[in-house]
Design a protein around this ligand. Structure first.
Ligand code: NAD
Length: 295
């Protein structure tokens, strides 16, 4: 069992740190919010006064932060993790951030003689709490092998995607598919209604035909066909529209930096921006069907 520092104990990081404690690791945690520190303490995390203090005796540092700038600050800023950790520590960033930040921080780690992986997750707060997250891991083979047993305490599926940054690449490519497919499924249900085709009938047919996809069969945006989908509880999130917009924007940033053409990704980002700007950023992302229906 390892000495782990956990920085960023929010909706995701809090339960992830709690699962590391349950697996027998000694976890020192830090967050900017006192309320999150109190919750982590109740789950068995030793509270530190700064990221550097949490990292000082750590063999492994895990971060779960909002965005790229936070990750850069926490690792490479003055008083940051890289200046505080001992030689040989392993760094694991589980936040969803831009590919460029992930690669810049991994390069700084390499120059400091530290192993680092980017390991963003899929599975949301439910997966974080249940220890069933999927991790998409970018980094060298040796770093991946060291990270795997730590990630196993927080997740079920751990995939080595390739070199540094490819974990983030996998995350934004997956979520770009999800954002586009949710809009496509929503448009189909809105069109079906206007043509007098019952939603359940469309589901019965399309879920067994070539229109089948996860946005339809696991997360259907109309109430009824998939009883567990947020559509059945007034689009209570789930995965918020704001988070979908964040990931679609990261995909657009990566596309423009790499020269890839992603016109539907761009359209999906515009539609989610409209939805969020209309005051619905906290709604589940499948609620975009309401905007498409003109509601
Ligand atoms: P959150 O806002 O609940 O948690 C982030 C935490 O980081 C906050 O508690 C904040 O106080 C803390 N923080 C910010 N700057 C800090 C600093 N310098 N030092 C220490 N702590 C700091 O967000 P979340 O929902 O837990 O998401 C975290 C990451 O996980 C994001 O990158 C998000 O995109 C990703 N993610 C979230 C979900 C989800 O369903 N919530 C799903 C997949 C991925």
């Amino acid at each position: 069992m390892a000495n782990v520092a956990f920085i960023g104990l929010g909706n995701m990081g809090g339960p992830m740190a709690a699962n590391l404690v349950k697996a027998g690791h000694r976890v020192a945690g830090f967050d900017m919010m006192a309320e999150n520190l109190d919750k982590a303490k109740a789950a068995g995390v030793t509270v530190a006064v700064s990221a550097a203090e949490a990292a000082r005796d750590a063999e492994v540092v895990v971060t779960m932060l909002p965005a790229g700038q936070h990750v850069r600050d926490v690792y490479t800023g003055s008083g940051g993790v890289m200046a505080a950790v001992g030689k040989g520590a392993l760094l694991i960033d589980c936040s969803t951030v831009d590919v460029e930040s992930a690669r810049a921080v991994a390069k700084a780690a390499d120059e400091a003689g530290l192993d680092m992986v980017d390991a963003p997750v899929s599975g949301g707060v439910g997966g974080a709490t249940g220890g069933t997250l999927t991790f998409m891991v970018g980094g060298g083979d040796a770093a991946f092998q060291r990270a795997e047993p730590i990630l196993q305490a927080m997740g079920k599926t751990i995939v080595h995607a390739g070199a540094s940054g490819t974990g983030q690449a996998a995350k934004i490519c997956n979520n770009m598919i999800l954002g586009i497919s949710m809009i496509a499924v929503s448009e189909a249900f809105v069109l079906a209604k206007s043509l007098g085709l019952d939603a359940q009938k469309l589901f019965d047919i399309a879920s067994k035909s070539s229109g089948q996809c996860w946005s339809m069969t696991s997360y259907c945006p109309v109430p009824g066909p998939v009883p567990t989908s947020p559509a059945n509880r007034d689009y209570q999130a789930g995965f918020t529209a704001a988070m979908m917009l964040k990931d679609l924007r990261l995909a657009q940033q990566a596309a423009s930096q790499s020269g890839a053409a992603t016109p539907l990704g761009a359209e999906a980002a515009s539609l989610y921006a409209l939805f969020c700007n209309g005051g619905r950023s906290g709604v589940d992302f499948s609620g975009i069907i309401k905007m498409i229906a003109g509601e």
